[in-house]
Design a protein around this ligand. Structure first.
Ligand code: UDP
Length: 241
């Protein structure tokens, strides 16, 4: 697949056109940002880890009937995906209280929720990704009520696959963020699922194996990302992608 012009450069990835108008290449970088880009750094080989983790997890989700943009992993840092019109919403699923939820509602991090919490955020760095609901989405033209309902149902389905999978490799899936897009009218899961977009805690030690190591200056970010990919690859070693 011939890679053509760069169409977009984001904080963690670049997007390239290909000869096929329906397909794009996503290229993963090592640059790490937090707090809407205010904090910047590099996590060695993060791009390689995130590309691999995301490809393995999207492949696992496809096997469980979740439609995604994944076509195939091309190499260490590049993945071929379906071109989509992105819906400017972030769908967050939470199994354990952490991060902004702990802060906003004055709760301790680590409290296990009896049922998952679903949240929607409007994807806009300048506005610091404000929390919205399905009424905002519909009234402001980001997605129809039906599309929001589909995204929420898919997000819970993703949780039902990934929570037990992570548990089986000794990791608590605390929370994660998903993004969706439209390809020929169909809602597909897009973007990435990686230690950048999930909170992953070691089940035994509760060590953080995700971007909170960078956000909170905990050190050993690269090692934590490597540990996640190692455990996932061990568990899914028979999976060809
Ligand atoms: N998240 C993300 N991108 C964002 C905001 C959140 O990937 O722009 C992920 C984050 O890594 C965590 C989950 O969504 O796994 C919930 O994040 P939270 O709302 O607690 O925000 P944070 O504390 O990261 O600002």
């Amino acid at each position: 697949m011939k890679i053509l012009d760069m169409l977009y450069e984001g904080k963690a990835k670049r997007i390239y056109a290909t000869e096929d108008p329906d397909l794009l290449v996503m290229n993963y970088k090592d640059e790490a940002t937090a707090f809407d880009g205010a904090k910047k750094g590099i996590i060695d080989n993060k791009g390689i880890v995130n590309n691999r983790v995301s490809c393995l997890l999207f492949n696992l989700l496809e096997k469980h009937g979740v439609a995604t943009h994944l076509v195939k992993q091309l190499d260490e840092r590049n993945v071929l995906v379906r071109r989509m019109e992105m819906i400017p919403l972030e769908v967050v699923v939470r199994n354990v209280i952490a991060g902004s939820l702990a802060k906003r509602l004055g709760r301790e991090e680590g409290e296990v929720l009896p049922v998952p919490i679903l949240e929607l955020y409007y994807k806009n760095d300048e506005l610091h990704d404000p929390m919205v609901n399905e009424y905002h989405a519909q009234a402001l033209g980001w997605a129809t009520r039906e599309q929001v309902a589909i995204m929420q149902q898919k997000a819970l389905q993703v949780n039902q696959v990934l929570q037990p999978f992570f548990d089986s490799i000794g990791i608590i899936l605390v929370d994660f963020k998903l993004e969706f897009g439209l390809a020929k009218g169909e809602i597909l899961l897009g973007d990435e699922i990686s230690p950048d977009s999930c909170r992953l805690w070691d089940k035994e030690t509760l060590d953080k194996l995700d971007k909170d190591r960078f956000r909170r200056d905990l050190g050993k970010e690269a090692e934590a990302y490597q540990e996640v990919v190692r455990r996932i690859e061990d568990a899914l070693s028979d999976m060809s992608i």
